[in-house]
Design a protein around this ligand. Structure first.
Ligand SMILES: Nc1ncnc2c1ncn2[C@@H]1O[C@H](COP(=O)(O)OP(=O)(O)OP(=O)(O)O)[C@@H](O)[C@H]1O
Ligand SMILES: [Mg+2]
Length: 427
């Protein structure tokens, strides 16, 4: 059953980004016709989350509770429902095209409903649900009438056959359930799940980018996720369990230094590409297990960069191969927007441009007000995107490309019912 995202008395919504490095809650005020304004922010170092999935329910629950509580304190108002990003459960994205006969009459809501329900009844969807996965997104991306494509709203048009192209995202029931249980134990409702890179794209992509084609890459702590946008819609998403934390671990292992020092060295001296000057610059490396008084080793910066670069290359090559395999590489065009905390590594933009052979820019949350310097960076793209997503739930705002179902529990016969809900809400 579709659950509308509850708003507070003051017309506010809450977004919860459960990341592998940090858990972040944004509470934002939605005013008709205005850019949303963040009025409460709470952030906690993440616990109990690995590569985007909950691995320790109690730890995750207490971190979530603290983050939401801090945001509530700042906003001066309690929230009951949160919209949450999803990176765990191996989100799987697929496209589907279905056709129904309209026998020459004018296309109406009933025909759309029929076409979409045919999609939900198709083997590709029922196969997924029977494999223990549930539908997270079901986004009609475009319609066709008698083979003419690119129709955004076919209602009122005439033809013989109506087709709909859909983008569906499913995720494993277990990880979704673990995450929703953690949140519910904090006495919060899950207003909806949004697959993480989709949220990040909503926050960072310029309208023209998402219209003409762009690939969003969110490089976080434990995951790197991809979303391809075209025609104002998300048409492909993928999540890979590797990110900035792996770079930090490589440094800690490679230089025998504590994780905290490796993280500091990465952010202060790390670079994604080697330059000649790196050989002349030396950095202090405290040794793991030594007392504070021990003399740190000195290593050339090139050694550090020599650890960072191959891992970043590996991640970016993985991104390239996933996008190529998806078949959306060409339609995605040449634009890449890189975001997420790990995208701040100096030189990463150039390395990504080289490996992906595309034009790359670093994206931060746009079209949102009220963010301080510290929370306006790329690491907050997903949180801001969840708010952007919640905006599309506002029926006063025209955002026809982002309609969708939000699903909590798999009900084999519930898909069509949910579809009915989608129609009731949007038409
Ligand atoms: N200035 C910086 N340079 C390089 N890396 C950075 C910098 N600042 C943060 N990072 C890295 O960003 C990562 C955290 O990013 P982010 O906050 O987006 O992760 P997350 O959303 O919690 O995790 P995920 O989305 O993977 O579940 C960490 O690995 C951190 O080392
Ligand atoms: Mg993240």
């Amino acid at each position: 059953m579709k659950k509308p995202l509850a708003r507070t008395r003051n017309n506010r919504v809450a977004a919860l980004d459960v990341g592998s490095s940090k858990i972040c809650c944004f509470i934002a005020e939605l005013e008709h016709g205005r850019v949303p304004k963040v009025v409460g922010i709470g952030q906690q170092a993440s616990r109990g989350v690995k590569s985007g999935a909950v691995v320790d329910m109690e730890a995750a629950q207490s971190a979530i509770l603290n983050a939401v509580h801090a945001a509530e304190q700042m906003a001066g108002e309690a929230v009951e429902s949160v919209i949450v990003n999803l990176s765990g459960g191996l989100p799987l994205s697929f496209s589907m095209a279905v056709e129904v006969s309209i026998a020459g009459h004018e296309v109406g809501d009933a025909d759309l409903r029929r076409a979409l329900s045919r999609g939900f009844e198709s083997e590709s969807v029922t196969g997924e649900t029977s494999r223990g996965r549930q539908l997270i997104h079901s986004i009609p991306t475009s319609y066709t009438i008698d083979g003419s494509s690119g129709i955004r709203d076919p209602r009122g048009m005439f033809g013989e056959r109506l087709g709909v192209n859909m983008h569906l995202v499913t995720a494993g029931n277990g990880p979704v359930r673990n995450l929703s249980t953690c949140i519910e134990r904090c006495h919060l409702d899950v207003g909806g799940f949004v697959v993480s890179p989709y949220a990040s794209g909503l926050a960072t992509l310029a309208p023209d980018e998402s219209e003409l084609g762009a690939t969003l890459i969110d490089m976080g702590g434990g995951t790197t996720s991809i979303a391809v946008f075209l025609g104002g819609n998300v048409i492909f998403t993928d999540v890979m369990p590797v990110g900035g934390l792996h770079v930090t671990n490589d440094i800690a292992r490679g230089l025998s230094t504590p994780i905290a020092d490796a993280e500091r060295m990465k952010t202060l001296f790390g670079h994604a590409m080697t330059v000649a000057a790196d050989d002349r610059e030396y950095i202090d490396v405290p040794q793991v297990g030594e007392d504070d008084g021990g003399t740190p080793h000195q290593v050339p910066r090139s050694l550090l960069v020599g650890i960072v670069q191959p891992r970043m290359e590996e991640i970016l090559e993985l991104v390239r191969s996933r996008v190529e395999t998806s078949g959306f590489d060409k339609v995605a065009g040449r634009r890449v927007v890189l975001t997420g905390g790990a995208s701040q590594l100096p030189g990463l933009r150039d390395l990504a441009a080289l490996i992906l052979d595309k034009q790359v820019r670093v994206g931060r949350p746009a079209r949102i007000r009220g963010l301080a310097e510290a929370t306006a960076g790329p690491a907050y793209a997903a949180s801001a995107g969840l708010i952007a997503y919640a905006m599309t739930d506002d029926h006063d705002v025209e955002a026809p490309s982002l309609e969708e179902d939000r699903v909590k529990t798999p009900e084999p016969d519930g898909l069509v019912g949910r579809l009915g809900g989608w129609f009731r809400e949007h038409f």
